[in-house]
Every structure is written in structure tokens, then in C-alpha cells.
Design a protein around this ligand. Sequence first.
Ligand code: HEC
Ligand SMILES: [Cu+2]
Length: 360
Amino acid sequence: MKHLLRLLPFSLIALLAGCGVENLSALDPRGPVAEMQLNLIQLSLYVMIFVIVVVFSIYTFVLIKFRERPGDTHIPKQVHGNRALEFIWTTIPILLLLILAVPNIMDTFTLAETPSMSATEADGEEGEGQEGMVEGEDFITVQATAHQFWWEFEYPNLDINAGQDLYIPTDRRVEIVLEASDVVHSFWVPALGGKMDNVPGITNEMWLEAPEEGIYFGKCTELCGASHWLMDFKVVAVDGDTFDVWAANMAEPDEAVVSGEAAGEAAVEGREVFESNCISCHAVGDEGSPTGPNFTNFGERQVVAGFLEPTDENLHDWIRDPQSLKPDNEMPAFSEDQISDDEMDALIDYITELKVLEED
Ligand code: HEC
Ligand SMILES: [Cu+2]
């Protein structure tokens, strides 16, 4: 008993670990997919609790009723086989498995049916009453490519490449095409649904919906290297109109913002530093390379590199020595010989002003 009591705080910690951080818990679903998945888990849990209660009740009853009493030496009646009992304990598990199987299979098919599949089916003759989904109107497609240790979100039909933050509209379904560039990763947004693996060479597909605006935490849930635990991302769900503005500006950002002119002299200088040091890996608009996260909306990042508050100080530390903050990541360090402290300030001025949404 003493040992059990000692375990109590630990189980409380485990229980409370899910609280506090909003929009991170699978136990607090914020969309239909997560809800469906939670319902299945709850159903399984109830069935299992029922089995445990019944088995342990019978077990305890038998243990007490048929225990050896002092002085009683007679050997009980020896039996083997009992048709009625065997029938009962075969039938009940079959029924319980059916109760689990039917909703599980139904939901598996519902979740496997991506919006673009519904769209093609409805086009064909055998629409089976499927509501035809129209790309752009009813759903959008995002290709989520996992890299060690960051996320690239491309919107193939909107001509957008975005890094780290996944912007989605609340009024449309989101089809997510999962790929990986190096090792196996896994895509999970606990409050919205998932998870599904990103496997190099294989394309997996899933869909999500976030009817409420908000920022949802995303995680890589497949051990993918030294900094796997820092491979977080954010899902930013905005209303449909805001999303359309975001998408248009991501595809064609304001020239004055890209050049730094909109933010002043320092930013223009910063743009030069960016062009000579960073553009070989980071793109702004259609200039630059997709080797690292896209920076078109860098100033609106929820977090930097998946886990750092986007403060000037953190950015400075990151650019000077990314390895000490996130071991084994693919970003090189920039010493004072390469970028002076003044140039660094200008550079940070520039990238933190890269925004595509109007400020409220
Ligand atoms: C050789 C390619 C390369 C170069 C050059 C490079 N980076 Fe990176 N950078 C990366 C990669 C890859 C990541 C993703 C690291 C991670 O999170 O695992 C990254 C991540 C970042 C991040 C965090 C990204 C985010 O979206 O949250 C910042 C900030 C950053 N780089 C700034 C810079 C700046 C400023 C320069 C130029 C001085 C630069 N990088 C040059 C490859 C590069
Ligand atoms: Cu990963």
C-alpha cells in the first residue's frame, strides 16, 4: 500500500501533463477527426473496463467462496468441460469484438477517404451519393514534407511554400499529403487529429478540419534523430477570408516588404546580409532556395525553429550557433567574421519584418 501511495503523485503528474497547454491535448478535441478518434478510444476503454470489472468480480467471488477452510480436507468434485460456460465465454467476447469492430471499420473508411477522392468519385457515374468536394471551395491540399528537424508546407495549387507554421482556413477541409526527405517522421496535431507517418519514398494522405480559429500544437511523433523532440510546429487556423489574403500574399508578397524598404533603412541593409548569407537556403517570395524553411512570413512565426520564442535575442543566438540549441540540425553557424554584430542586428530587423497579414 505504501508503495502504491508513492506512485500516486507520479500518476497525477502524468494525468496533469495534458492540462495547462491549450490546444495540445487529444482528450480535448477541436475538430471532427480528433473527435472521431477520441470516441473510438473511449469506446474501447469502456469495453475493457467492463471486461476487467466482470472478470475480477467473478475471480474474487470464487476465491472467497471456494477457499480452503481450516480442517476441510475433502477433495472437491473434479470436472472438465462445461458446454454452457464455454458457450458463454465464447459468445461474449465475439459480441464485444463486434461492438469494437463496427465503428472502428466505419471510421477508418471515413478517415481514409480524402476530399480529393470524394471529388473524383462524385465526378464518375458511381457517385454513391458522395457529396462532390471541389478543390479550393470545399477543401485545400497541403503537402507536408518532414525534414530533420523541421516542417515544409507546400500548397501545390496555390503556389505557396511555407515553413514551420501550417496555415489553414476554418471553413474548408484540409487534405494533407505526407512525405519525408530523409528519415521516417510522423505528423500529429493532437487537438485536430492524426497521426500518420511521413515515410521517404511513400506518399501518405489524411485530412483534418479545424472549425474553430486558433493555434494548435503539432508534433513529430517518430524518433527521427538527436533533435526529434524539438521538431514541433504550429497549425494556425484562420477564417476563410483571412486565409485567402494570407495565401495571395504568400504567393505574391509585397515587393517593398521583400526588399526591406517597407521596414526602413536597417531592414534594407539586412536584406543585403540575407542575400549574401542566407538566400542559398531560405527563400522570400520566389527568390531563394527551399533547402531550409521558407521565410516569406517569417515575422509572423509562432515559434522559431519549432521551439524558440521569436525574440531578437533568441534569433541572434540561433544564427550564431544553431547546433548548441538544436543538436544535429542542418543550419550552419555564422561567426562574427562572417556577419558582424551590426550586420546581425540589421539582418534580424529584416527577417522579423517579413509579414504577409495585416496587423490588427
Ligand atoms: C546551408 C543552408 C542554410 C543556410 C546557408 C542558412 N540556413 Fe537557416 N536554416 C537551415 C535549415 C535546414 C533550418 C532548419 C533547422 C531546423 O529547425 O532543424 C534553418 C533554420 C533557420 C531558422 C529557424 C527557422 C524557422 O522558420 O523557424 C532561422 C531563423 C534561420 N535558419 C536563419 C538563417 C539566417 C539568418 C541565415 C543567414 C545568415 C541562414 N539561416 C542561413 C539552413 C540554412
Ligand atoms: Cu521528425
